[in-house]
Write a protein that binds this ligand. Structure first.
Ligand code: GDP
Ligand code: IMO
Ligand code: MG
Length: 468
C-alpha cells in the first residue's frame, strides 16, 4: 500500500509543459489524490458532505489552501488517527501546516479566529495564515441580530448557526461593514465603532427588543487587541493567490456550506448568506475564472443531510432515519444539532453540477449505507404530473415535488473490507456498491474519481489507479 505522498519522482510522468497545468500520473497508488495547479472542493448538497476530510487529503500535495466564502458557520472535520480537528474559520490545510489564506469573501469573527489558532497551538500546530484586508468582520451585534431575527421569524425561522454571518454580509451589502483593514488600525476601528455601535444598539433595542450586554469601550478594547494580534497576518490574498498560480504553485480552494444553501440558487430563504459555489471563488479571492477552472471536485455524500429548516424532498423519518443518523454520526459540527437525513437526490445534484461545473465527484460516507437492505436514489421529481429532472427554482414548486426513486440492492463495507479497499482500491468494492455509484456517474455524466469510506485520512480510495 502506498499512502498519501509516499510516491517518488520516478513514479511520475508529467503531462503538459506549462507548470500551471501540471498533471501527475501516478503509476501504482490507489490512495494518492491528484492535485493540479488549482483544485476546488465544493459542497454539492446542504453542507457537511465531508469537505474537510477531502481538503485534508488533497492538502498534502498542495502549497496553499484558501477559504473564500462563509464564516465560522462552517464546521469542517479532519480526523488524523486519534486526533479530531473541527475547523470553523481556518482553512483545513492548517492541519498539514500549509500556507493558509482567508480571502475577502469570508466573514471573519476574530474572537473565533483566536480560539481556533490557540486551540491548534495546544495541539502543536503553528498556523501560517494570511488574511485579506477586505474581509468583513463579525461584530458582537451581528450575533444579537442573528438571534433576534430568528426569534422574530418564530416558526418560519431559518435555523441559522447564530454565528452572525448573515448580518455581517448584510453590512457589506449596505456598505457599513467593518473590514479587517479597520480592525488592525485603532483610529479606523474607533471611527467605525462611533457609527456602528450606537446605530446597532438602537436597532437591537428598539426593533428586536434585545439588549446589549457590552459597552462600546469594551468592544473597542477587545477588538483592537485582536487587531493588534492579527495585524502581521494582513495579506493581499488576491495578489498572493494570483502570483502563486502564475508560478505554477498548487492552490487548493476550500468551499464551505453546500450548493443548495446558495444565497440565490439554494432553497431561499432557507439558505446561507454567501455563495458556496465554484464561481464565488473568483469574487471571494479576487481572481479570474480562467485561472481556477481546471479541477472542480463536487463532494457528494452518499445520501443527503440537512441541518436547519427548509425543503428536503427525499427526507426520511422513523427507524430508517435514526439508523442513518447514528451510523453517519449526523450531528452538526458547529451547533451539535441532529441533522435531518434522506436519500440521495439527483435533481439536486444535477442543479449543483450545472452551477459548479464539476470535473469530477468524490463520494463520501459510502460506508454509512453499509447494512441497509434496500437503497433508494431519487432520479426525478413529479410535480403536478410533470417530470422534473432538475431542482425547481422555487420552494413552492419543491413543496409539491414527489420524488421518483430507483432501487438498489444494499452492500456491506465492514472493517475487513475497508482494509482491502485501502490496499486494492476501488476494484475491491462490493458489486452492489459499484452499481450504486455507476448509476450516479451515468446520470450526472461526471466521473466519480474518489470514494471515501471512513472518517480517517486514509479511508479513501480512487477509481482510476493511474491518476489517483
Ligand atoms: P464538512 O462540513 O463538509 O467538512 O463535513 P463535516 O465535517 O461537517 O461532516 C462530515 C462528518 O463525516 C465528519 O464527522 C467527518 O469526520 C465524517 N466523515 C467524512 N468522510 C467520511 C466517510 O467517508 N465515512 C464516515 N463514516 N465518516 C466520514
Ligand atoms: P459546512 O461548511 C451545514 C446552514 C444553517 C442554516 C442555514 C443558514 O460545515 O458544510 P447561517 O448561520 O449560515 O446563516 O445559517 O445554513 N448552514 C450549514 N449547514 N453545513 C454548513 O457548513 C452550514 N453553514 C450554514 O444550519 O440552515
Ligand atoms: Mg460541516
Amino acid at each position: 500500500m502506498i499512502g498519501f505522498g509516499e510516491h517518488t519522482a520516478e513514479d511520475r510522468g508529467v503531462a503538459g509543459s506549462n507548470p500551471a497545468s501540471l498533471i501527475l500520473f501516478l503509476n501504482s497508488s490507489h490512495l494518492i489524490l491528484k492535485v493540479m495547479s488549482s483544485t476546488m472542493v465544493i459542497g454539492s448538497q446542504f453542507g457537511d458532505e465531508g469537505k474537510g476530510k477531502l481538503v485534508d487529503c488533497l492538502a498534502e500535495q498542495s502549497d496553499y489552501v484558501v477559504r473564500y466564502q462563509g464564516g465560522n458557520n462552517a464546521g469542517h472535520t479532519v480526523v488524523v488517527k486519534d486526533k479530531v480537528f473541527k475547523l470553523h474559520l481556518l482553512p483545513s490545510g492548517v492541519v498539514r501546516k500549509k500556507r493558509s489564506l482567508i480571502g475577502t469573501g469570508v466573514s471573519l469573527d476574530p474572537r473565533v479566529l483566536k480560539q481556533e489558532i490557540d486551540g491548534l497551538k495546544e495541539k502543536g500546530i503553528k498556523v501560517n495564515l494570511g488574511i485579506d484586508p477586505r474581509c468583513q468582520i463579525i461584530m458582537p451585534w451581528h450575533n444579537v441580530i442573528d438571534i433576534g431575527k430568528e426569534e422574530a421569524l418564530k416558526e418560519k425561522n431559518i435555523g441559522t448557526t447564530r454565528r452572525g454571518v448573515g448580518p455581517c454580509y448584510a453590512d457589506r451589502a449596505s456598505r457599513i461593514g467593518i473590514r479587517f483593514d479597520d480592525l488592525v488600525d485603532e483610529k479606523r476601528l474607533k471611527e467605525k465603532l462611533d457609527f456602528n455601535y450606537p446605530y446597532y444598539k438602537n436597532v437591537c433595542e428598539k426593533i428586536l427588543n434585545k439588549h446589549f450586554d457590552f459597552t462600546q469601550e469594551e468592544v473597542f478594547k477587545q477588538y483592537s487587541a485582536l487587531g493588534k494580534e492579527f495585524k502581521e497576518m494582513l495579506t493581499d490574498v488576491s495578489l498572493e493567490v494570483n502570483e502563486c498560480l502564475d508560478k505554477g504553485k498548487k492552490v487548493l480552494f476550500e468551499g464551505a456550506q453546500g450548493t443548495l444553501l446558495d444565497n440565490d440558487f439554494g432553497t431561499y430563504p432557507f439558505v446561507t448568506s454567501s455563495h458556496p459555489t465554484s464561481g464565488a471563488a473568483t469574487t471571494g479571492i479576487g481572481i479570474s475564472p480562467q485561472k481556477i477552472s481546471e479541477r472542480i471536485i463536487g463532494i457528494v455524500k452518499a445520501y443527503t443531510t440537512r441541518v436547519g429548516s427548509g425543503p428536503f424532498p427525499t427526507e426520511i423519518s422513523g427507524e430508517e432515519a435514526d439508523f442513518l443518523r447514528n451510523a453517519g454520526n449526523e450531528f452538526g459540527t458547529t451547533t451539535g444539532r441532529a441533522r435531518r437525513v434522506g436519500w440521495l437526490d439527483l435533481p439536486m445534484l444535477r442543479m449543483s453540477n450545472r452551477l459548479n461545473g464539476f470535473t469530477e465527484i468524490a463520494i463520501t460516507k459510502l460506508d454509512v449505507l453499509s447494512g441497509i437492505k434496500k437503497l433508494l436514489i431519487a432520479d426525478y421529481y413529479l410535480i403536478e404530473g410533470k417530470k422534473f429532472f432538475d431542482f425547481p427554482y422555487a420552494n413552492h414548486l419543491v413543496a409539491k415535488a414527489v420524488p421518483h426513486y430507483s432501487e438498489f440492492k444494499g452492500f456491506s463495507i465492514n472493517k475487513e473490507q475497508q482494509k482491502e479497499l485501502k490496499e486494492k482500491g476501488y476494484s475491491a468494492l462490493d458489486e452492489h456498491a459499484k452499481k450504486y455509484l455507476e448509476f450516479i456517474e451515468k446520470e450526472l455524466n461526471v466521473p466519480i474519481k474518489t470514494v471515501s469510506f471512513g472518517a480517517e485520512r486514509d479511508d479513501t480510495c480512487s477509481k482510476d489507479s493511474k491518476i489517483c
